[in-house]
Design a protein around this ligand. Structure first.
Ligand SMILES: Nc1ncnc2c1ncn2[C@@H]1O[C@H](COP(=O)(O)OP(=O)(O)OP(=O)(O)O)[C@@H](O)[C@H]1O
Length: 515
């Protein structure tokens, strides 16, 4: 076998296009992809748009060798190829940039990249890190992928970690890159940096990007393909298109924006947090003396660039993190030192940021996940006996009400598409009728139709007297829905704005700690 230095492709891959041809993929009760044909070309960013559950991720899993199609084939420059494992995909020049970086936090950038090269066909194990550093620097320079090879991963921002993931696949010799919702973990500035990198990479690569954000699709893509219920409903070059055109292609209707109107009907103080201090996971204070009040009947927006303390704030408000100093009072009761269950019993529900780890029990069914909060209580359980007929009816109603697309109530929650998992969590938390909902990025991963539906639900709940803490990085969402917006920066609040004061530039400066 020819000894090849790690990071060097066995042979340079010069293919110009890869085609998914007439792909059909079914799962029990679902046709995820129905006779789909799509071509990725070097020199193009190809966006795939579609509602939650439309089949975008399944199609990419076929391209990356995770799923085997029932019918159809993959053609590389017109020649049929077999991609039956991710390793086969990598060998043929297909790389996947995961949505959430999967790096070893204690290792450096170059160690992580070296690890990813170990399975590279013919790679040499001799001094892998030394060789890789040079290649990283070359690629960083070529595509503007700024990252320090010697930095430990735990010190990197989400955007930097994503760059490491991109470098990983480039060093594996990828010619075609799959980016599944790459902007979901990024700040607006980081999105622009990523797009600048993609524009430079386009000269040598073909890329497919999945995103629900229509502005981003218009900004970055050359070609747009829309999937609906597993089928391609249209494919068009990105020329003279507007957001409304994309919405119509996706859902067959005009885009509607939901906006809060009228004064809030305040129902009194539900939560009072005063001079709250909490430690972050890295052992430094993440919240430094913040004070806030949430009233019933209002939506309090929390704006900030990720990593400025919002995660810790959410955890403090839901009993997942203990205050090191200060007080938290829920409906007049001091709650400091109590756990998440006590907070839930006190009336606080939570839509977590990391839905797969904290939001669902993946191996339980949709029905079991829906009833998780209340299965031991009447009317679903009496004298220790569960009323399965009632539980089934409850699940049926909520699957319908929240439009959770699932083959059945018995389907394991982990088999739902990302957006439908999010709808399931929202259904469970909102139906527990809390006094306060702490919602972290509640529309993250949702298609535009579902986003509108969630916005309407939040406004309805506000009108019914629920207090809502809405943490989001989407300024439009915050400005459309909030009664007040508090801005968090470096663990402190840089100010609170009321609706009349909402202004994008002002919020941006406050988020950067400059106002
Ligand atoms: N391993 C699996 N087993 C059973 N069903 C699956 C599996 N993977 C996907 N599905 C189903 O296939 C359909 C398409 O899902 P997919 O994840 O491809 O949608 P998506 O367009 O990526 O959605 P989202 O925007 O919500 O991420 C869904 O109904 C989903 O439940």
């Amino acid at each position: 076998m020819r000894a090849v230095q790690p990071g060097t492709a066995v042979q340079p891959i010069t293919h110009q296009q890869i085609t998914l041809s007439h792909i059909t993929k079914t799962f029990p009760g679902v046709i995820a992809n129905d006779d789909v044909t799509l071509t990725l070309r070097v020199g193009e960013v190809h966006a795939i748009l579609g509602e939650n559950g439309a089949g975008k991720t399944s199609l990419m899993n076929v391209l990356y060798g995770i799923y085997q199609p029932d019918r159809g084939e993959i053609l590389l420059d017109g020649q049929a190829v077999k991609i039956d494992t991710p390793r086969a995909a990598i060998r043929l020049g297909v790389g996947l940039v995961p949505q959430h970086p999967m790096l070893v936090r204690a290792h450096t950038v170059e160690e992580n990249i070296a690890l990813s090269q170990i399975h590279h066909k013919g790679a040499s194990f001799w001094n892998p890190v030394g060789n890789i550093r040079k290649r990283i620097l070359e690629l960083s320079e070529r595509y503007g992928l700024k990252v320090d090879p010697r930095a430990p991963v735990w010190q990197l921002s989400a955007g930097e970690q994503q760059r490491v993931e991109i470098l990983k696949v480039l060093l594996q010799g990828a010619r075609f890159l799959i980016l599944d919702e790459p902007t979901s973990v990024l700040t607006p500035q980081e999105v622009q940096e990523l797009f600048a990198v993609l524009r430079r990479m386009r000269q040598d690569h073909g890329m497919v990007i999945i995103t629900h954000k229509l502005d981003e699709v218009l900004d970055i893509s050359d070609q747009i393909t829309v999937l609906r219920k597993g089928k391609v409903t249209g494919s068009t070059p990105n020329q003279n298109l507007k957001k409304t055109d994309l919405a119509r292609m996706m859902i067959g209707e005009e885009l509607q924006e939901t906006r809060l109107t009228g004064q809030p009907h305040l129902k009194g103080e539900m939560v009072h947090l005063s001079d709250a201090w909490a430690m972050g996971d890295r052992g430094a204070p993440a919240l430094k003396g913040v004070t806030l009040t949430v009233q019933g009947g209002e939506i309090l927006g929390v704006a900030g660039v990720a990593g400025n303390g919002q995660l810790e704030l959410i955890e403090v408000l839901t009993g997942l993190r203990t205050l090191t100093k200060g007080q938290i009072v829920v409906k007049g009761k001091a709650m400091k030192g109590q756990g998440a269950e006590a907070f839930f019993q006190a009336g606080i529900a939570h839509v977590p940021e990391d839905r797969n780890h904290y939001g669902i029990v993946p191996n339980l069914s949709v029905e079991e996940n829906l009833i998780l909060r209340s299965m031991n209580q009447p009317p679903y359980s009496k004298s220790g006996l569960m009323d399965f007929a009632r539980i089934r009816e409850y699940a049926r109603q909520n699957i319908q009400k929240y439009d959770i697309r699932t083959p059945s109530a018995d389907t394991r929650a982990r088999l739902l598409s990302g957006g439908n998992v999010q709808k399931l969590i929202l259904a469970r938390e909102l139906e527990s009728n809390p006094d306060v909902l702490v919602a972290a990025h509640p529309t993250y991963g949702l298609d535009i139709g579902a986003t509108t539906q969630v916005h309407q639900l939040l406004l309805e709940k506000r009108a019914q007297g629920m207090g809502i803490v809405l943490v989001s990085e989407d300024l439009d969402e915050l400005m459309n829905l909030s009664d007040r917006i508090v801005v968090i920066f470096a663990g402190t609040f840089t100010g609170t704005l009321t609706r009349a004061e909402f202004q994008r530039e002002k919020l941006g400066l406050m988020m950067a700690g400059e106002a």
